[in-house]
Design a protein around this ligand. Structure first.
Ligand code: SF4
Length: 488
């Protein structure tokens, strides 16, 4: 067990003592970092390093703490800070009796210091402020006089080719970070004690469990339909239910305790069958045949891949279109995969208009596909009116599912994966080289950046990407077919 609390352990322990306990183990459960070693996490780590390297342009004349061993890095930090000519220290190290922290930069402000944290993110969030507040707390405990706190975020105005400084925008969060740090100080002794125990604290079901990576092996162990599967469950209502001893949907004894929508989900779980909650037949009748099933793959990187893209601007690089003349009967399939060495939005827009033809509904899953078409219309102004003309043909199966169907297999969600599990059991991506969207995006990003895949490997990667997207539209066809069979 690490001697001092790290930021991750402390913040996890504040969220849930048991989660903090597992985070502090020398070998935490793999669920706490399920992406570890994946291509997507490797790409993120590489980009994180690239962003941090570029952020050095903001601190000319800064000195970097070079010692690797923690105590040595703390001493070196102190030496550098004591030197009056030191203006900025990068990767400074600090320790209190219970915690340790390594802020990205500290900048001298007279006889005080400003903490700066570089984040590969566009927006200030509560989580980012908490990260900084933790550093604030540790530096104060280490005796540093603090005069400010800044988040250094990515700027939406940056475009490739601009100097590195233009990649960043600085947000002052001094007040919030100081206030949060004051609150954290009250919690640190408890977090340290609870995560040092020889046994983990007992699980306690809270709203945090809903998104906790340990849920299935912890508070949700052996539970098929946790209480969270009820739609629109508020924290207050969850607390009431937990106080009454309800942990599963089936534990709720009476539909009168639920909203009408929750009651339908409850009924569906208790009966083990799908429940129609709207006019599924009528809504599916909106589909005009031949139907074109469309799915895009997109990529958004902190450091843009192509000219005129902003950080994290989502760039469609691949689509698949299947045409059916009745539910489940596929007549044709088209795929477009952009070349990875240039922005081929114009080519994509032209091909998309051809592949979608001029008649029939365009069946998608989620409103996101519509946003991609709007984005393409802005990117390719010469075809904008034709592209915008596609929007009126769109039928969104997710909104129909959300409106009209409760199914015990959905697990309270309406994502394509959840709905496939409920409606098309056995449908799988497991035989593909690419099984999930984060891998697909990372593969294209690596192809576009170059230097990762060999010339021989690149065509195989492109083949795998096309196969993944094709499976997505096959999933759409199957879900539509299953919905059709459910409709009276
Ligand atoms: S599932 Fe809940 S109780 Fe268990 S570690 Fe996660 S947040 Fe804590």
């Amino acid at each position: 067990m690490p001697y001092r609390l790290t930021r991750n352990v402390f913040l996890n322990a504040v969220a849930c003592p048991r989660l903090g306990w597992f985070s502090r183990l020398d070998n935490p459960p793999h669920e706490l970092d399920p992406e570890q070693g994946s291509l997507a996490s490797r790409f993120l780590l590489q980009e994180f390093r690239d962003v941090h390297a570029r952020a050095r342009a903001l601190f000319p004349g800064a000195v970097t703490v070079s010692r690797q061993a923690y105590e040595a890095a703390c001493w070196q930090t102190q030496d550098l800070m004591d030197h009056p000519s030191t203006h900025t220290v990068l990767e400074a190290a600090f320790g209190s009796s219970t915690c340790r922290a390594r802020p990205d930069a500290i900048v001298r402000l007279g006889d005080e210091w400003r903490i700066c944290e570089v984040k590969t993110a566009l927006n200030r969030t509560k989580e980012l402020v908490d990260d900084l507040a933790y550093s604030w707390m540790v530096l104060e405990q280490a005796g540093v006089r603090l005069g400010g706190a800044s988040l250094i975020l990515l700027s939406r105005d940056y475009r490739p080719g601009m100097p590195d400084e233009a990649l960043f925008t600085t947000v002052d969060v001094t007040q919030d970070a100081a206030a949060r740090a004051a609150g954290f100080k009250e919690l640190v002794a408890g977090a340290d004690a609870v995560t040092r125990g020889t046994e983990p604290p007992e699980p306690a079901l809270t709203m945090r469990c809903r998104t906790c990576p340990l849920f299935r092996s912890c508070a949700g162990k052996g539970i098929e339909h946790p209480i969270f599967d009820l739609p629109h469950l508020t924290p207050a209502k969850l607390q009431r239910f937990i106080a009454q001893g309800f942990r599963t949907v089936q534990d709720v004894p009476d539909a009168a305790l639920l909203t009408p929508r929750q009651a339908l989900a409850w009924q569906s779980v208790r009966s083990g069958k799908a429940t129609l909650t709207g006019d599924l037949h009528g809504d599916l009748a909106a589909v005009v045949w031949p139907a074109r099933y469309l799915d895009f793959e997109i990529v958004g990187t902190g450091i843009p891949l192509f000219p005129e893209l902003a950080p994290f601007e989502r760039f469609p690089f691949l689509y698949s279109v299947r045409t059916c003349d009745q539910p489940g009967r596929i007549r044709s399939h088209k795929v477009f995969l952009s070349p990875h060495n240039r922005d081929a939005s114009q080519d994509m827009a032209e091909r998309l208009l051809q592949d979608l033809g001029e008649d029939g509904s365009i069946v998608v899953y989620s409103g996101y596909q519509m946003r991609v078409i709007r984005w393409l219309a802005e990117r390719v102004p010469g075809l904008a009116s034709h592209l915008r003309g596609l929007i009126s043909r769109i039928v969104d199966l997710e909104s129909i599912t959300r409106q009209d169907v409760c199914h015990p297999g959905f697990g309270g969600k309406t994502s394509l994966q959840a709905v496939l599990t409920g409606l098309v059991p056995g449908f799988s991506y497991e035989d593909l080289e690419v099984e999930e969207v984060a891998t697909a995006s990372a593969q294209f990003a690596y192809l576009a950046r170059g230097g990762y895949y060999s010339q021989e490997r690149a065509p195989l990667v492109r083949r795998d990407l096309a196969a993944y997207c094709a499976r997505d539209t096959l999933a759409l066809v199957r879900v539509h077919e299953a919905l059709h069979n459910l409709a009276p």
